[in-house]
Design a protein around this ligand. Structure first.
Ligand SMILES: [Zn+2]
Length: 224
């Protein structure tokens, strides 16, 4: 499958079709919105395009943990068929993707905090409501909070249709202090983002960042 961005993409979107793209690294095909677009600039630098709107031709990366772990400069070399990437670049690209995701996650959190329930009591209170929720724990949230909230999530899910699961749960890479800082509080071990927020997009960015963080750790382990 030919990897294209630009005009064809816009036309397909207008026609309302679920546009599919192939991950250049693992060759899996998926909905375009579930993949990260990368663009290669004139200097051969590869940039993550989180808004998928940068001009120029792009390629798509699925950001799964398995795929990221298998990525390397050797694989990036396959881009030479259509681009002139500067190599080696995989280490730099990982950092770029990670930093850009951090930035975007921070921005989204700032915009989402107005429609959020911050802290255990506020989150527990939201469980009674049937509206969609994305619950996020700090990386160092204690066992007691984790257990209390996840038990409540389980109960809440039992009342939901499986196909439209409205309760999503994430663990942040941020600890309670950093999560608090992002939300304008001293320390936050758990937060629920409420309906009306870009929950899907936010969750996707967090999962991508988490997958990347696992690859970072693996790379560091190898070089030591
Ligand atoms: Zn892939």
């Amino acid at each position: 499958m030919k990897l294209v961005g630009g005009l064809k993409t816009n036309l397909e979107t207008q026609q309302g079709k679920a546009t599919l793209r192939t991950c250049f690294a693992c060759r899996q095909t998926a909905k375009k919105a579930s993949l990260l677009r990368l663009v290669v600039d004139e200097a051969g630098q590869i940039w993550p395009d989180l808004s998928a709107k940068l001009p120029g031709r792009g390629v798509y990366l699925c950001m799964s943990e398995v795929c990221l772990k298998a990525l390397s400069d050797k694989r990036l070399n396959s881009l030479r068929r259509d681009f002139s990437p500067q190599l080696p670049q995989w280490n730099v690209l990982q950092e770029r993707m990670f930093d850009m995701l951090s930035l975007r996650i921070g921005q989204l959190m700032t915009s989402m905090k107005r429609r959020s329930a911050i802290g255990r009591d506020a989150v527990m209170h939201q469980m009674w409501d049937k509206k969609p929720l994305l619950i996020m724990f700090a990386a160092d949230a204690g066992d007691a909070v984790l257990r209390q909230v996840t038990d409540a999530v389980e109960k809440r899910r039992q009342g939901e249709m499986k196909s439209l699961s409205h309760t999503k749960v994430l663990v942040s890479l941020l600890d309670a202090n950093a999560l608090g800082l992002a939300l304008g509080r001293e320390k936050v071990s758990v937060v629920a983002f409420l309906e009306g927020n870009p929950i899907e997009k936010f969750q996707q960015n967090c999962v991508w960042q988490m997958n990347l963080s696992k690859v970072f750790d693996q790379t560091k382990g190898k070089t030591r």
